[in-house]
Every structure is written in structure tokens, then in C-alpha cells.
Write a protein that binds this ligand. Structure first.
Ligand code: NAP
Length: 261
């Protein structure tokens, strides 16, 4: 038996990076994984990889900022599977800015729309199906170490990830109060090797080349190395499984010690 055998999972932003890692790990442990993203060119390849390894996965186009698309995706999961057990609100972007005075309102709003409103809409519509199915569930919201500590170049991103942290706790308490069996937790990755770093901290202004994460990790991370998507996926797997049945409203920090320095 896999650790999430027979469960139905939705992973947003699952075409790339941490979301891809979560989808692969949950499928390996027996879940049927619905992967959604705006990167429609990459999502089907993730599904093909999972299927080739003997897992079950499907891909749907889904912009997490659109309430209409949330309604359609959740309705499609209800139609195909009649339940939703695991929701990983993972899709997110980061836009770094040397100063808050040069951060554009458009970049501020884009990060709020994807990182905060996308998580709000996911919780709202995912919870409706979890409650309708009546099997309880696990909602896992991807925050960041940037949601725990400030960073001079990441003010807007930090604001979104701090919002996700407390949104998680508030909804965890609502679910506990109504006894719907749904647990809600946040995950706080540190420096993880994915394409997101191209937007957060390009190696040079205007460049698409990500920074040297090995060099940054040697300096900043107590254990001295960067993390990989599988490191986060293993934590998500635990929160998704019954092994964490007594855990709700919690923050799972996976950062090689970055945030305790
Ligand atoms: P990633 O590789 O860029 O993956 C994020 C995925 O979400 C991409 O496929 C992205 O597409 C997609 N996406 C962007 N906007 C979307 C939207 N409106 N609707 C649906 N999908 C959308 O980045 P990642 O590092 O895996 O990030 C995953 C999560 O982890 C994010 O919430 C991020 O903030 C968080 N996180 C990452 C790190 C890290 O070090 N990597 C650290 C802390 C937290 P595009 O490429 O087209 O934008």
C-alpha cells in the first residue's frame, strides 16, 4: 500500500519545479493526481512520466487567478472522481525588486493575484468538494521562508507568503470548528532549485539566467547546500497522508536551517 493510496490529489502549478515533484511523489505513493498549470506545453509530459512509472495522473489547464477556472476544474474532478482528498496550492511566482520604491504596482498585484488570491480560491472551491464528498482531506498551501522572515529585495513576495501563512491558520481553525475532517497546513521551502529563481533574483538585471544557487546556499544555508523539489515533496507527502492526522494549522519549514540562523 502506498502512503496516499486511493486518494485524489490536485496540485496547482504542477508542470514545473516543486509542484512537479509533489505530483510525482503523491502518484508514486498511490494517489490519482490531477496536475494543473498555465504551462500547457509541459504538463502533459509530467503526466506521461508518471504514467510510464505506473502512476495515475491527469492534466488540466488552470489559471489559479480565475474563479471561473477554479469552478470548472473542481467540477471536472467531481465528475471524474467524485472526491478530492488532497489539495496542494502550489502555483506561485516571485518578482524581486532592488527597492520597494521601484516595485511596480502591476508586479505587486500579479504576485497578490497568483500567490494569495489563487490560494484563497483554491481553499474555497477545494473545500466545497471535500465537504461534499465527506471524506475529510488535507489542504497544503505553499508559503516560503520569505513568509517567515523579511528580505530587502522581496517585499512584495514576502507579503504574499506571510498572507498564505495566516490564511492557512484561520482556515485550519474553521475546519476544526465545523469538524469536517479537513486539515490545513503551510509549507515553507528555503532555497530550492527550480525555474522560479529566474524571476526572483536574476543573475544580472534583465537576464533570464538564474543565480548560482550552489554559491548562495554555501553562504546562506547552515547545512551548506540547496534543496531539491523532492525535499519539499516528501514533506507534502507526509502532510497529505494519515501519518499527520493530528497536524493542522502548522508550518512545515524545509530549508536546511536557513530560517533559524
Ligand atoms: P516554478 O518551477 O516556476 O513552478 C511554478 C509553476 O506555477 C510554474 O509552472 C508556473 O508557470 C505556474 N504558474 C504561474 N502562474 C500561474 C497561474 N496563474 N496559474 C497556474 N499556474 C501558474 O516555481 P517553484 O519554485 O516550483 O514554485 C512553487 C511554489 O513554491 C511557489 O508558490 C513558490 O513561491 C514556492 N517556493 C519556492 C521556493 C524555491 O526556492 N523554488 C522557495 C520557497 C517557496 P510559469 O513558469 O509560466 O510562471
Amino acid at each position: 500500500m502506498g502512503r496516499v493510496e486511493g486518494k485524489v490529489a490536485l496540485v496547482t502549478g504542477g508542470s514545473s519545479g516543486i509542484g512537479k515533484g509533489c505530483a510525482e511523489t503523491l502518484a508514486r505513493e498511490g494517489a490519482t493526481v490531477v496536475i494543473t498549470d498555465i504551462q500547457d506545453d509541459k504538463g502533459p509530459a509530467v503526466v506521461a512520466g508518471i504514467t510510464a512509472a505506473g502512476g495515475k495522473a491527469e492534466y488540466l489547464h488552470h489559471d489559479v487567478t480565475s474563479e471561473d477556472e477554479w469552478i470548472a476544474v473542481v467540477a471536472e474532478i467531481d465528475r471524474r472522481h467524485g472526491r478530492l482528498d488532497i489539495l496542494v496550492n502550489n502555483a506561485g511566482i516571485g518578482v524581486g525588486s532592488p527597492s520597494i520604491t521601484t516595485m511596480t504596482l502591476a508586479d505587486w498585484r500579479r504576485q497578490q493575484a497568483i500567490n494569495v488570491e489563487g490560494v484563497f480560491l483554491g481553499i474555497k472551491h477545494g473545500l466545497l468538494l471535500m465537504r461534499k464528498a465527506g471524506n475529510g482531506g488535507s489542504i497544503i498551501n505553499m508559503s516560503s521562508v520569505a513568509g517567515l522572515k523579511g528580505s530587502p529585495t522581496l517585499a512584495a513576495y514576502s507579503a504574499t507568503k506571510g498572507a498564505v501563512r495566516l490564511l492557512t491558520k484561520a482556515v485550519a481553525l474553521e475546519c476544526a470548528q465545523v469538524k469536517d475532517g479537513v486539515r490545513v497546513n503551510s509549507v515553507h521551502p528555503g532555497i530550492i532549485e527550480t525555474p522560479i529563481w529566474e524571476g526572483i533574483m536574476p543573475s544580472a538585471p534583465g537576464s533570464n539566467t538564474p543565480p548560482d544557487l550552489d554559491a548562495i546556499s554555501t553562504m546562506a544555508v547552515p547545512i551548506g547546500v540547496k534543496g531539491l523539489p523532492a525535499d519539499i515533496a516528501n514533506g507534502v507527502l507526509w502532510l497529505a497522508s494519515e501519518e499527520s492526522r493530528y497536524v493542522t494549522g502548522a508550518e512545515l519549514v524545509i530549508d536546511g536551517g536557513l530560517s533559524v540562523r
